[in-house]
Write a protein that binds this ligand. Structure first.
Ligand SMILES: [Zn+2]
Length: 236
């Protein structure tokens, strides 16, 4: 019996050019999560499925995060056909990806989002993943650059967009904004965002909407942030 390979390609239809394309996925039985950072960045033993989340059509240049790839609108289609396809050079994105290839694929997704004028939530999600890829590679300066983009886009998403659907719930969004503030060194902003979750949890109707684990992590991070602020004030 042939042993199943950890990665495999599957055929899908591009929602822009209607051609059949191949995308690479990781079999879930080979995905071994070993830890997760506070901003949800997962660390895996062996293959990392994040590397394969940027899907690209090699025919027309349309690219999106795997979870929303098939949801292209008429507006998206028009933008891709007018502004991306004419300049697109066909190349393959299937098969095993290393960090650099994953970064290249995500940068093509980011370019697509810019051309299509995508939502802040989509931008934030992609920028956060690019930051994680730089983190895996130990490239701190580039990681921070993309954490800052994600921070700005998540704040825009919080103030300007209706939540629900593929978007994070209100409290997860507050948590991630607080955590990104903490990582970027905006300690007071971090405490303020985390504090809003704690205040909301005092109201029984709101508390039901907050995942217990998220609340626990929020308390831990407030303590950690306050500790860091004290250390900084003391000049240690
Ligand atoms: Zn296409």
């Amino acid at each position: 019996m042939t042993e199943l390979r950890p990665i495999y390609t599957t055929k899908i239809i591009c929602p822009i050019c209607d051609k059949q394309i191949e995308v690479t996925k990781v079999r879930s039985k080979y995905v071994k999560l070993i830890s997760q950072d506070e901003d949800f960045c997962p660390h895996y033993e062996g293959l990392n499925p994040i590397f394969y989340e940027a899907w690209i059509c090699n025919f027309c240049g349309y690219a999106a995060h795997s979870t929303v790839f098939s949801e292209a609108t008429y507006h998206d289609s028009k933008c891709v056909k007018e502004k991306i396809t004419p300049r697109w050079t066909s190349r393959s994105f299937t098969g095993e990806r290393d960090i650099q290839q994953a970064l290249d694929a995500f940068k093509i997704v980011l370019y697509n989002l810019q051309v299509r004028g995508a939502s802040s939530t989509e931008f934030a999600k992609v920028c956060l993943r690019i930051a994680w890829l730089y983190r895996y590679n130990g490239e701190w300066v580039d990681e921070c650059r993309f954490l800052q983009f994600a921070y700005d886009y998540y704040q825009q998403a919080y103030t300007g967009e209706h939540l629900g659907g593929n978007k994070p719930d209100e409290y997860t969004l507050m948590f991630i904004i607080g955590e990104l503030a903490r990582r970027l060194g905006f300690m007071e902003d971090a405490v303020s965002w985390f504090g809003r979750i704690i205040s909301a949890s005092a109201r029984p109707d709101e508390r039901k909407k907050i995942q217990p684990r998220l609340l626990e992590q929020t308390r831990d991070l407030i303590a950690l942030t306050r500790q860091d602020m004290k250390t900084k004030e003391a000049g240690l």
